[in-house]
Write a protein that binds this ligand. Structure first.
Ligand SMILES: [Zn+2]
Ligand SMILES: [Zn+2]
Length: 138
């Protein structure tokens, strides 16, 4: 299916083609730090279909667990995470695009959770935590 999206400020826009069955959650500690949240949701987009306008900032992070360097792309203005890929110039084989920036995010339901051993303990019981339909009055 076709996907498209933009960062929070609109400086970076992307589009491409995905298999919706490949959306996935990552609970690794790098993703927790890189999102400032409990986990990351991503979907692979082939380099052949990936299009982008705007210029992301790139931070190359060598993952402690796998030893593989990954180029983490984010908007230099608003900080939205955009994708990760292999480091290097030119078009890469695949881009792990961050589902939260996509217009179709409600249709991209994760089919797999990776690095679950470092998942935060409350994640599996999220539905049991009391909910507000809008912002809490703290
Ligand atoms: Zn932005
Ligand atoms: Zn991760």
């Amino acid at each position: 299916m076709r996907i498209d999206g933009a960062c929070a400020c609109g400086a970076i826009k992307i589009e491409g083609e995905v298999d919706p069955e490949t959306a996935q959650v990552c609970h690794c500690t790098d993703c927790q730090t890189g999102t400032g949240s409990a986990f990351r949701v991503s979907i692979p987009v082939s380099g052949a279909s990936f299009r982008m306008t705007g210029e992301p900032a790139i931070f190359v992070k060598t993952t402690a667990e796998s030893g593989n360097p990954r180029a983490q792309a984010f908007c230099p203005t608003c900080g939205s995470p955009i994708y990760s890929t292999s480091p290097g110039q030119g078009v890469q084989r695949s881009y792990m695009v961050r589902v939260g920036i996509l217009r179709q995010r409600d249709q991209l339901i994760p089919r797999r959770q990776n690095w679950f051993r470092s998942a935060q303990s409350w994640v599996a019981g999220l539905s049991a935590i009391p909910k507000n339909e809008k912002q809490a009055r703290n």
